[in-house]
Write a new protein. Structure first.
Length: 202
């Protein structure tokens, strides 16, 4: 079962990367049985946290309206899926430049992105309790661990030396930052077009 790799990536990444390379899951399987499921953790928890729990400010509790929260959850989920696809496509496109084998179906790149993002997916559970600083710190730690997982996974999954993988990972990080900035810019535009949050006080 592809989902069992989630536990392995968190606690025994070296062994898990080798198993994933041997397994060679198809992109459709990884997307359908891993990304689509785990990527929903954060948005679902964020919906509950912003609608039911809210933010405590003094003696007030600020929440999002259910409609506003649902709108943001859907947009966030779509952004995660689109970002995962774009990053895996970019990784596969850069593969031949850095000495890895470029695949037409992108098996390796999709697996690399999906399983490296496991800590970020799981960290979405913290959004059940909205705490801007606490959530940000946990997500930052998860992102750092995800970067470490990718660094460990590149030589195994993409079939390149550790020296080549260092440079390759630098390219992947640059691409990821470009996608992040693009997502933030798109978010700003959507807010200007009426897709921003609507708050209520209880």
């Amino acid at each position: 079962m592809i989902l069992t790799h989630a536990i392995g990536m968190l606690f025994r990444p070296e062994t898990e990367w080798a198993a994933i390379k041997k397994e060679k899951p198809t992109p459709i399987a990884v997307y359908g049985l891993y990304i689509l499921i785990l990527a929903a953790i954060g948005p679902i928890c964020a919906y509950y946290g912003t609608v039911e729990t809210g933010w405590s400010i003094g003696d007030r509790i600020i929440k999002l309206t259910p409609d506003s929260a649902m709108q943001l959850v859907i947009l966030t989920y779509m952004a995660i899926l689109a970002g995962s696809f774009a990053l895996s496509y970019g990784i596969n496109w850069m593969a031949s430049t850095f000495g890895a084998e470029e695949e037409h179906n992108g098996n390796n790149s999709v697996a690399l992105v999906a399983y490296s993002l496991t800590p970020m997916y799981v960290a979405g559970l913290t959004l059940l309790y909205p705490d801007p600083w606490g959530n940000a710190m946990i997500l930052l730690i998860a992102a750092s661990y995800g970067a470490l997982l990718m660094w460990k996974g590149v030589p195994v999954v993409m079939g390149m030396s550790k020296e080549q993988s260092m440079v390759y990972c630098g390219g992947i990080l640059t691409l990821a930052l470009v996608l992040l900035v693009s997502t933030l810019a798109t978010t700003g535009l959507l807010w200007n077009f009426g897709f921003g949050p609507t708050f209520i006080e209880t």
